[in-house]
Design a protein around this ligand. Sequence first.
Ligand code: NAD
Length: 319
Amino acid sequence: MDASLVSPVRVAIVGTGHVGATFAYALLLSGLAAEIVLINRDAADAEGEAMDLAHATPLLRPARVWAGDYSDCASAAVVVVTAGAAQGEHDSRLDLAEQNGAIFRTIIPQIARNTTSSVLVIATNPVDVLTYATIKLSGLPPTRVIGSGTILDTSRLQALVGERLGVDPRSVHSDIIGEHGDNQVPVWSLATVGGAPVRVAAASLGIPFDGSTEKELARATREAARRVVDRKGATYYAVATGIMRIVEAILRDQRTVLTVSTLVDHQPGQESICCSMPAVIGAQGVHRVVQLPLNADERHALRRSTDTLRKATTTYDRL
Ligand code: NAD
């Protein structure tokens, strides 16, 4: 085959702090990308990260890693955005909307001007508000903009349930939907372990598991980021792995169902927002959203979650 017909798989990463650099390392280890371009307001930081990663390539799989600019997004299959301030000890994620919203107003138009068919994956917080802002600022079809959303919270809850039941967390299915933040919604009514409803599975394993267990694990999940930040100042391994999972689903067109932030159906008389739902992710971005048969309590909690996000999204829109 004529070598010029082969286009190397390129992933661009905007923001090379804790999350961006950790994701770049995970991507390099995966061998999924032939080209990794790092873009940062602090050019020296991006250069240092690119050099450090490039020095590892002889021990891994060949990949070209360099510090670039927005023109390098041109042939990227995926652009991952992690630029912006992180949550401090006392901030909620929604407190970051103004500061990171201003950053997005400068970077998203530059990405959009340079991309042809990339899928954008957003991780900067508040991720739901900024996923919505990215759709508006980029003019891209909403299906090509994905927020990492509650993929991280779902993973955290799965880890906790697996630990409690003494089973591999990959045997647990327990989604968190709605806001990636304080109003996240655990969908206990549909949680399963090895195909059995979670409480039935727990009973057969001889482990107590009732409403108070669910409350306890949901709270630990909701407060997980703060607990990590209190101890080490930032969270990045788990989120970078979540971003990696989304990027893998895109690059391999896996059609994986993941809880990610996406534009939810416009309700008559209400502004659209982005929030997390189980969505089928493949090469074109979000293919479909899976509708969940929630119980009344979960529907109520999801309404509270989307109302909070609608307020935050409308406030961002007015800024
Ligand atoms: P960090 O401070 O370590 O890194 C942020 C990076 O963004 C820095 O390298 C900075 O130079 C860069 N940056 C800032 N403004 C820029 C601009 N205009 N253009 C290009 N680059 C710019 O922060 P972090 O810990 O990596 O967190 C990054 C973001 O990810 C934060 O908003 C944080 O809240 C969020 N986060 C999200 C999740 C999630 O689940 N979605 C989890 C953890 C962190």
